[in-house]
Design a protein around this ligand. Structure first.
Ligand code: ZN
Length: 375
């Protein structure tokens, strides 16, 4: 995983916190380097290093230097001291991941499992989590929690789906879904999880709008490395922006929603759900694919330009389609620029960095990031 942003080295946190996060970022570091980097005295460093060792969060991982005299001890964090589990739950699949105290991915498994509200389904979720923990030989009390990304809108306390038309599971709670998961569970809106994973990996960015172009469309507003939830809270629901008044019918009951024209099944549906096959055929110049793609980019350019006008920030394209977009960015940028009132380019557009497991990752990372702050 790429380096996390430096926000956790902020002066507003205490010295123990800063020492921990410096060791985490460095991977392996000596006391004198810690003292230099953090501008703290040697005794202060020693006191905090001793405390962190006592908590089992760091260990002596080796020594530095080889030119006579005493070698300096190297410190590293105990990565499996704390872990978090992320689950990405969709209509037909479940992805389970585990990340360690560094935020690094240490386990990933995707299985085909059709969503259902039956007990068997919940039991299987519990089994998948247990399997993930056992595979990594992790102590049960090291698991801080399980974040579950779902295609639905989630209450502020992250315990209930208050709009779940896609899976027809409005009213589902974290407690029900996690009935067989022996750890604290939280729900996440899928696009918000994807956006959070993305902004966590983008050191130079503090604000952005993330679009999840998967079998459904979602969006996430990221301000100062956090998801802006809105008052309802259902911010960023760009899937239901109107891009064609009186247009095609959306599952939400409205007409002409962005969702209708740019969800990934518009493309993958041509090849029985095989999105990679669509792009392969497109590259080979298959005429029908080119026509579909042209219309897809047309509506996508309307949406991204609207977002740019509204937020004046970077727009990140993620989800299933985002992972294939790199090659077609020039074309999309050209179309978006044609609509732009103020700019003669669309360099605000980016393809997502996290191509795989973004939603599961974004549901697990908050547990780890919260822990980094609490020390
Ligand atoms: Zn709609």
């Amino acid at each position: 995983m790429q380096k996390e942003s430096n926000i956790y080295l902020d002066l507003k946190y205490g010295n123990r916190n800063r020492v921990f996060n410096q060791i985490r970022e460095a991977g392996s570091i000596s006391s004198s380097a810690l003292s230099y980097e953090l501008q703290l005295s040697r005794p202060t460093i020693k006191q905090n290093v001793d405390e962190l060792m006592g908590m089992g969060l760091i260990y002596e991982s080796g020594t530095f230097g080889h030119t006579g005299g005493r070698r300096a001890k190297a410190y590293s964090i105990v990565k499996k001291n704390k872990v978090a589990v992320g689950i990405d739950l969709t209509k037909n699949h479940v992805t389970t991941i585990v990340i360690d105290l560094s935020g690094d991915l240490i386990y990933e498994k995707r299985v085909r499992l059709a969503f259902s509200q039956e007990d068997n389904y919940k039991r299987e979720l519990g089994r998948l989590v247990e399997e993930a923990i056992k595979a990594q030989d992790i102590e049960n009390d090291a698991v801080m929690g399980v974040g579950i990304a779902v295609p639905g809108l989630i209450t502020e306390d992250q315990q209930k789906v208050f709009y779940g038309e896609i899976l027809k599971f409005t009213g589902m709670t974290a407690e029900e879904l996690g009935k067989y998961i022996p750890y604290p569970c939280r729900l996440y809106n899928d696009a918000d999880a994807g956006g959070y994973a993305e902004i966590s990996q983008s050191e130079e960015l503090t604000d952005a709008f993330y679009i999840s172009l998967s079998n459904n469309i979602g969006g996430s507003i990221l301000i100062d490395h956090k998801v802006y939830k809105g008052e309802s809270p259902r911010s960023g629901e760009i899937g239901h922006m109107t891009v064609l008044p009186g247009g095609g019918e959306c599952y939400c009951g409205q007409q002409g929603c962005f969702e209708v024209y740019c969800n990934a099944t518009i493309l993958s549906g041509q090849y029985e759900g095989d999105l990679a096959m669509f792009f392969q055929q497109l590259d080979e110049g298959e005429e029908k694919c080119r026509a579909i793609w042209k219309e897809y980019l047309h509506y996508l350019s309307i949406a991204v330009n609207n977002i740019r006008m509204l937020f004046d920030c970077k727009v990140i394209l993620g989800g299933y389609v985002g992972a294939h977009l790199e090659k077609y960015m020039d074309e999309l940028k050209r179309l978006a620029t044609e609509r732009n009132t103020f700019e003669d380019n669309a360099d605000y557009l980016r393809v997502c960095k996290v191509k795989k497991d973004a939603l599961a990752l974004g549901s697990a990372l908050p547990f780890i990031h919260e822990f980094w702050k609490t020390l």
